[in-house]
Write a protein that binds this ligand. Structure first.
Ligand code: PLP
Length: 228
C-alpha cells in the first residue's frame, strides 16, 4: 500500500466517522451520501478513493473534470458538477456528468435541456444575505421562474437543492434557509428529495438541517494548492 493510499483510507474513515456522529446527534439513520470533491487532485487519487468504496465525485471545472472522467471511464463513478457553469459548456458537461448540482438560472436550464441527454439536476439556492453580493445560486424571488423552466425541459430531472453556506455566517442559520427553500421546491416536486449541503468544515450543521449529500474535499484529500 502506498503512502497516499494509506492517507486517503485514514481520511475517508475519519470523514465517515464524523458523518455518522452527526447523523447520531441529529437522530438520523446513517444514510448521507458522501460526494468526494476531487478538484485540483489527480485521477490517480480518484482511483484510490474508488477502491475504498467512494462512487460519487464532485468537480467544478469542465475541462479538468472531463479529462479525469475520460481517464477513469473503466470505473463506475457518478460525476457531480458543483461549480459555476457557462451555457456553452452544457453539452460537454452532459456527456460525462450524472448530476449538475449548480443549476441556478433559466438560461442554463434551457441550454442543458437542449442537449437532450437525460440528466439529474439540483437547484443551487443562494444562501447569501439579501443585501450582500450573491456568490452563486438563485435568489428566493427568482426560484419559481427557474422551477417552471426546469419543468418545461424534459431532459432535466429535478432531484432537489444545493447550497453553500456563506463565509462568516452562522452555518446553522444558512442551512435552515436552505431547508426552507427545499420545502418550497418539494411542494409541487415531491420527487426532489435531495439536499446537497455541507463541506469539510460545516458538515455537522448541514446534516442537522437534513442534508442528504455532503460535498467533502479538504478533509479527504488535503488542502488544495492552485499552483501545481
Ligand atoms: C470545493 C467545494 C467543496 C468542498 O469544500 P471543502 O471545504 O474542501 O470540503 C464543496 N462544495 C463546493 C461547491 C465546492 O466548490
Amino acid at each position: 500500500m502506498s503512502e497516499r493510499e494509506r492517507d486517503l483510507a485514514e481520511n475517508l474513515r475519519a470523514v465517515q466517522d464524523e458523518i455518522n456522529r452527526a447523523c447520531d446527534a441529529a437522530n438520523r439513520a446513517h444514510d448521507v451520501t458522501l460526494v468526494a470533491v476531487t478538484k485540483t487532485y489527480p485521477a490517480s487519487d480518484i482511483r484510490i478513493l474508488y477502491d475504498l468504496g467512494v462512487r460519487a465525485v464532485g468537480e467544478n471545472k469542465d475541462q479538468e473534470a472531463k479529462a479525469k472522467a475520460a481517464e477513469l471511464v473503466d470505473l463506475d463513478l457518478e460525476w457531480h458538477f458543483i461549480g459555476q457553469l457557462q451555457r456553452n459548456k452544457a453539452k460537454s458537461v452532459a456527456s460525462y456528468c450524472s448530476v449538475v448540482e449548480s443549476l441556478d438560472r433559466p438560461q442554463l436550464a434551457h441550454a442543458l435541456g437542449a442537449v437532450g441527454t437525460p440528466i439529474d439536476v439540483l437547484v443551487q439556492i443562494s444562501l447569501d444575505a439579501p443585501d450582500t453580493q450573491n456568490r452563486g445560486g438563485v435568489r428566493s424571488d427568482d426560484l419559481p421562474e427557474l422551477l417552471e423552466v426546469i419543468d418545461g425541459e424534459h431532459a432535466l430531472r429535478l432531484r432537489g437543492v444545493m447550497g453553500v453556506a456563506p463565509l462568516g455566517d452562522d452555518p446553522a442559520d444558512a442551512f435552515r434557509r436552505l431547508a426552507e427553500a427545499h420545502r418550497r421546491v418539494l411542494d409541487g416536486h415531491p420527487e426532489a428529495t435531495w439536499i446537497s449541503a455541507g463541506m469539510s468544515h460545516d458538515l455537522q450543521w448541514a446534516i442537522a438541517a437534513g442534508a442528504t449529500h455532503v460535498r467533502i474535499g479538504t478533509a479527504l484529500l488535503g488542502e488544495r494548492r492552485y499552483d501545481r
